[in-house]
Write a new protein. Sequence first.
Lengths: 228, 228, 306, 306
Amino acid sequence: MIKFSNVSKVYKNNHIALSNVSVTINRGDFVFLVGPSGAGKSTFIKLLLREIEPTSGEIIVNNVDVQKLTRKQIPMYRRSFGIVFQDFRLLSDKTVYENIAFAMQIVEASSRDIKKRVNQMLSLVGLSNKANMYPHQLSGGEQQRVALARALANNPKLLICDEPTGNLDPETAWGIMELLNDINLSGTTILMATHAKDVVDKMKKRVIAIEKGVIVRDQQRGVYGYED
Amino acid sequence: MIKFSNVSKVYKNNHIALSNVSVTINRGDFVFLVGPSGAGKSTFIKLLLREIEPTSGEIIVNNVDVQKLTRKQIPMYRRSFGIVFQDFRLLSDKTVYENIAFAMQIVEASSRDIKKRVNQMLSLVGLSNKANMYPHQLSGGEQQRVALARALANNPKLLICDEPTGNLDPETAWGIMELLNDINLSGTTILMATHAKDVVDKMKKRVIAIEKGVIVRDQQRGVYGYED
Amino acid sequence: MSEISKEVFTVMKIKTFKYFFKESISNIIKNRVMSFASITTVAAALFVLGIFMLLVANVNKMVTSVEDKVEIKAFLNDDVTTLKQNEIESEIKKIPAVKSIVFESKEDALEKFKNQLGENKDLANGLDLKNPLPASFIIKVDKVENVADTSNKIAKMEGIYKVKDGRDILDKVIRVINFIKASSLALIVILGAVGIFLISNTIRLTVYARKKEIGIMKYIGATDWFIRWPFLFEGMFLGLFGAIISILLLKFGYSYVVKVVATDVVIFSLIPAEYIINTLAWQFSIVGIVIGGLGSLISLRRFLVL
Amino acid sequence: MSEISKEVFTVMKIKTFKYFFKESISNIIKNRVMSFASITTVAAALFVLGIFMLLVANVNKMVTSVEDKVEIKAFLNDDVTTLKQNEIESEIKKIPAVKSIVFESKEDALEKFKNQLGENKDLANGLDLKNPLPASFIIKVDKVENVADTSNKIAKMEGIYKVKDGRDILDKVIRVINFIKASSLALIVILGAVGIFLISNTIRLTVYARKKEIGIMKYIGATDWFIRWPFLFEGMFLGLFGAIISILLLKFGYSYVVKVVATDVVIFSLIPAEYIINTLAWQFSIVGIVIGGLGSLISLRRFLVL
Ligand SMILES: Nc1ncnc2c1ncn2[C@@H]1O[C@H](COP(=O)(O)OP(=O)(O)OP(=O)(O)O)[C@@H](O)[C@H]1O
Ligand SMILES: Nc1ncnc2c1ncn2[C@@H]1O[C@H](COP(=O)(O)OP(=O)(O)OP(=O)(O)O)[C@@H](O)[C@H]1O
Ligand SMILES: [Mg+2]
Ligand SMILES: [Mg+2]
């Protein structure tokens, strides 16, 4: 489903964020992307979204070369997965409800579907009572859950989460992880960058560890493994 | 040093974020503020900063009634502590160096002091090589560390951190916690809202647990205690 | 264009269109400060432009009335018979540039002369007996530029004693008139350009302030047109509202001026308020809508290339 | 003010001042899009205002030259001696409103009359022997408003046969002149207000776009003045740069127009470019700086109340 071949990313200031990364993620996988701060996890994800372009190498997603997408194809491509950004990226002048609905409006879902699905998502992340709040009226963890609800709204076949539990207490985080596990079992591929050692250790899923832009470990049923 | 007496905060939408909270934090304390997402931790901290005002109750800091501060006194008051915000609040059009220096410029430190201290702070959080980057060029964890460096720049007597390790890998987080411990030992009072169960459990410091706006536990040498 | 419209119209459902519409209204309300700034900028720019256009229209009217006063006077020989006179008249009328022709008899001429003398009228009393003044035709021409040509033609006709066309001052008048017309036009063009520039500046700022939101939309898979439509509508609304405000201001302001001029100044007669305002109303609404919409789209462009 | 200055000047060090200065320049550069929008808005608004001011100044000059042409003609009785004539002249000169007085003898008057007749000059030939035209004084007055008064006074003097002051058309001329002057002033005021409004609108938007940054500064303990100073300087710079651009545009534009008018139109003589531009340069720079600075401060206010 996802295939990175010798992908490198050097930022404008000559910082090498990823160097010669090759990795394959298959349909239905549940992959944790771990690594110290600044290792290149978010860079990996941004490349996948085509938010940034690689300096060299090839990225193939669903048999499509991501670099060869035209400007017009990019939105369609991005809609093919759900994304939780590390910095949430909620629309600040839309309510929680509208933020989630927006993800469905861009794919022109019917009003009825939107209404039903958004409410379902809200109760899934425990925010039904915050539907009409604006992002700045939410706590950090609540914002993070809205971002997750939005990512799930269109029932994506691939879910990409960048640190989706960083602002959540362990209990809520576990609830979310169970939810993600269920989604994974129903067939959705999940790629999740995270620092949550507990979670990674307990879930026993595939772990890809990056350090200084290089994949140092790729382990089925792995653990976090950065304890000193 | 900090005294909340029967403090309640009801937001405009009638959400009761804190209800009748009374708590005292003494000079030199190291306090963890824990609780589930949306419990009211950030609200507690925002009240302390006078970012928002309580609906009722009294907040005394260093023998000063925070509500009675005039507009002119507020900046001086805020300078009396260092703050790490949950959403970082870095100045987006200043570099890492300038962000940290800014905190010292507002107290009119000398150029020489600023230069020395900023570089010291940068190496303390491991970002000396990112001094000239802008916030949007940093990874999540790097931004968080810049926020911490800024909070520490003026050597505050009181340090308030809202979730300062949410975007950090366990190893880096531990480095930061050791740093905070040292600072605490040298006399700085620390109040830290966090979800990092490991950290709280291992540090064995005072733990104040909030749930739905109410203090449910206040324990010296406590643990996180939300595991299900 | 064909490519764009294909993309737009095959994909867009009416429901989505309604959404864009509602979205644009809600954005205007949510971004009150910026909407206010844009609307008032449009209003102010068009208001000033409108003042200028009214000014220029009135100046042009006056200039035209000056042009209207330019005439050729063709004096007849004293021996011209009535028959001959009619012949000459119809010959003059044949010249295409001639707009009107009026006969002035010897008696009319004397009367006029006496009136010119005014209080010294008595001086001409002796002339009644043997009137030395010639009869003449007074001819008006369609354009000042044609005066010289026409008077040359008339001068060559039989029975014409002499032609007076004030050609010496005419040249100056033509130059002044042309200068006033050219500078009016230049001013309108400059003001129009400045107005468009100011409006698109403001709209650019309002779009700029939302560049982060635009980025987010792109990252979660919104197409360019999905992002553009609400901005397009928003720009059009802002432009329209601004235009309406400017038209109302102009309407009341100009009606007031017309009233003042009519009662206090009397000499000029200004172009009536209704006529101009009705024309301006349409022009300005269209200008507002077009600049607002285009301004939005153009400002958006740089944020969509991501 | 005293309170403010105390706060500012006791606390601020030169180093900090330098910081504010550098900060404002760096903000202008970092927020290129917005700085460009502000500077060009200031330039555009002042440019249009400048065009208007030049226009009005020239129209006023022409109006003044029309006013200058208004004169009173006082005819003398035929029996007035040279001695008496000098007496009357000095008496008229004593009237404060009188600016100049010129004597026109009977012979001068006849000569003028002949010239007026032009081609029909021969008609007056008989008059040479017994000249019926009276001698007169031609008097100019400082202000048109004083014409009526002055001519009344002169009419009462001994030896004066009659006074002609064109009072009938004078009234109209005064009304027209006053109308032109009043509307010029109104236009300048309106344009000035619109300009200030547009500029502060743009500056407000540039401040608005940084409201988040301002909040952050407040939350980490920056005083209001620490936040204000860079914005104040920034606004002043933006205003100044805009003013300079507008002055350059006006200078080149107006010099060009003056040249065109001097060679092609001739009749008017425009106010020379240097004189006006030099005056405008100062005025506009000050206006730019003041509006820019004030605009920044006022726009900031709402974000500082936190
Ligand atoms: N736009 C940019 N320009 C320059 N350097 C960048 C840019 N974005 C990221 N970097 C650098 O690239 C490195 C990798 O960043 P990335 O965001 O991928 O880290 P990460 O693994 O997600 O870290 P974290 O866990 O802290 O979020 C970091 O050192 C960062 O400073
Ligand atoms: N401005 C606001 N208006 C209305 N409700 C608000 C506002 N700010 C916060 N709240 C609500 O108050 C409650 C407490 O928020 P707070 O930010 O204090 O939570 P928290 O304990 O910091 O949570 P987290 O761990 O997720 O950051 C939340 O339910 C939030 O939705
Ligand atoms: Mg990251
Ligand atoms: Mg919080």
